[in-house]
Write a new protein. Structure first.
Length: 389
């Protein structure tokens, strides 16, 4: 029979004790006795390893508890620090927001104040402009009765002065007449009784200018240019016998009689004799016949003389115009053969010589003076009315 038990030693260590008991099978055989001390010594030995493990585990548990407590405290402190930082930041943000709001209110107040000042300045400027406009309107109203007529009168005066300039400097009666008529139409549109005297003087000057006639300068200029182009077509005078015409011998009929042959010979001899005989007017001077080289110079001089007549026509120099045409006629009569072409050129030169290229033209001095006097009187009357107001 086995018996189990636990003993405690003085060192608080537990010792398991196992005791073997055997039943009493036979009373006759007595069981051997064993010493109790040896059994206990064998079965109740101390176990130091188990006690050290417990201590070691307890130590680790204690250290882990301290570590957990330290970590928890650290996390708590860190969380508290974060809360404090967040609170501080929140306070700073609130303060910044309050500062910004104050600055915004200050800027808004400054802006409103500046806007009010600008509005006041603008209103003051508008008042000054309104006052100036009122003064100008009063001046315009004072001048409205005369301004339009003054403009029209000034335009008529300018046209008359321009017409007078065309007469005095350019001798252009056509354009001057058109300008004078335009000025008279303007004076008619003004419709003032005082202008009747001015229009009367202007009408007399226009009538005199119309009677003087209009010079067709463009037509005369073109006629002179056409004559200059025909110079080369006029033949020069040739020496006697220098251009014997070859008489074409008529075809002699086979049945020609003696009388017909004698007549043919007579007319052929008469034609050849005519090349040696020239009839000229003894009242005219017979000039030497020009050689071919000088003929070219004469043609060029004749063209230059016609061009000189054109220039004098444009500059209203009647004397130079007449002298140029007379000189051209004399050269043609002296050095050119007076055939049909030469006679046509001479006739045209005579017709151009009869043209009046610089007629006596009246100017518009009297009408310009009369209109200026009327405008001066009108301006004085207007100034007197403005001064009376």
């Amino acid at each position: 029979m086995l018996m189990h038990g636990v003993l405690c030693d003085p060192g608080m260590r537990l010792v398991a004790v196992t005791e073997q008991t055997t039943p009493d099978v036979s009373p006759s055989i007595p069981a051997p006795e064993a010493p109790v001390a040896s059994v206990q010594a064998r079965h109740y030995e101390p176990r130091p390893r188990s006690s050290l493990g417990v201590y070691f585990i307890a130590l680790w548990v204690l250290l882990l508890s301290f570590a957990l407590a330290a970590i928890s405290f650290w996390f708590y402190q860190d969380r508290q620090g974060q809360h404090l930082t967040l609170d501080k930041l929140q306070q700073q943000l609130d303060q910044r927001a309050r500062d910004d709001q104050q600055q915004l209110r200050a800027l808004q107040e400054d802006f409103e104040k500046e806007l009010i000042d600008q509005q006041d300045n603008i209103q003051t400027s508008l008042n000054l402009l309104a006052e100036e406009l009122s003064k100008n309107s009063a001046r315009v109203l004072a001048l409205t009765s005369t301004s339009y007529d003054q403009w029209k009168l000034a335009e008529a005066q300018f046209l008359l002065r321009l017409a007078n300039q065309r007469i005095l400097l350019e001798k252009d009666s056509q354009n001057a007449l058109a300008l004078a008529i335009s000025a008279d139409n303007i004076l008619r549109d003004v419709d003032q009784p005082e202008l009747i005297a001015v229009r009367k003087v202007l009408a007399e000057e226009i009538a005199v200018l119309k009677l003087a006639g209009v010079v067709d300068r463009e037509g005369i200029f073109l006629r002179l240019a056409a004559l200059a182009n025909r110079i080369d077509a006029i033949p020069f005078i040739e020496p006697l016998g220098s251009s014997l015409d070859e008489v074409e011998e008529p075809e002699v009929p086979l049945d020609e009689t003696f009388r017909q042959k004698l007549s043919r010979y007579f007319y052929s001899a008469l034609h050849k004799l005519g090349n040696y005989i020239r009839v000229r007017d003894h009242g005219k001077t017979v000039n030497a016949i020009l050689p071919p080289g000088q003929q070219a110079y004469l043609q060029q001089n004749l063209r230059l003389m016609l061009e000189q007549a054109q220039v004098s026509l444009l500059h209203n120099e009647a004397q130079i115009y007449q002298e140029s045409l007379v000189k051209a006629q004399n050269w043609i009569n002296q050095y050119y053969a007076l055939n049909a072409e030469a006679n046509a050129v001479l006739s045209e030169l005579q017709s151009l010589q009869n043209e009046v290229v610089a007629p006596e033209l009246t100017d518009f001095h009297n009408s310009v003076t009369a209109l200026a006097d009327y405008m001066e009187r009108r301006e004085k009357q207007a100034a007197a009315r403005r001064g009376g107001r």
